[in-house]
Design a protein around this ligand. Structure first.
Ligand code: ZN
Ligand code: ZN
Length: 172
């Protein structure tokens, strides 16, 4: 699988499915097909990872795979282009707030399904910030994330330069 700067494990995160479909951009069969978010007037299915990574799919359909509304507008144009047009998107709960840090966008790691004490200790500031933002205590925040099939999602991003962790959390 091709690597994406801003999305570490798009297969694990279910935005590519293993389905052996024909890509509508390059007309080649691909083991993996894109089923993640896409902002375009065309209704397109089964784009292959290569046509996302080289920007051909975004160009062909005038599409973005990440919502640009809340992005940090001070980040370099080249990085913005990579995130919007060459990165498989992420399903967000609530508003799509892709974090940035150290003058670059962060890399999406995965959805956090379980927060243990070690994780709380390591990410105390970020968890406190998110809990406050959602008007929750830290204990309630953690219990909401840790519920089975929880409607309260917590997404983990990492700064590619200083390794700081940033969380996005909201009800779906
Ligand atoms: Zn393709
Ligand atoms: Zn950083």
């Amino acid at each position: 699988m091709i690597e994406f700067k801003y999305h570490k494990s798009p297969i694990k995160n279910n935005v590519f499915v293993e389905q052996n479909e024909k890509c509508p951009v390059c007309d080649k069969y691909s083991i993996y097909s894109y089923v993640g978010p896409m902002y375009s007037y065309d209704d397109v299915e089964y784009i292959c990872p290569i046509c996302i990574s080289n920007g051909r799919a975004a160009k062909k359909y005038n599409a973005e795979f990440v919502d640009d509304e809340f992005l940090d507008k001070k980040i370099k144009k080249e990085y913005l282009d990579t995130l919007l047009h060459k990165t498989p998107g992420v399903f967000f709960p609530g508003q799509e707030l892709w974090p940035s840090h150290c003058n670059d966008f962060c890399q999406f790691e995965s959805a956090i399904k379980f927060i243990d004490d070690k994780y709380i200790n390591e990410n105390e500031n970020e968890i406190s910030r998110l809990a406050a933002l959602n008007e929750m205590t830290v204990a309630f925040f953690v219990s909401e994330v840790n519920k089975d099939y929880s409607p309260f999602w917590c997404l983990e991003f990492k700064c590619l330069h200083c390794n700081s962790i940033f969380l996005v959390a909201d009800y779906e």
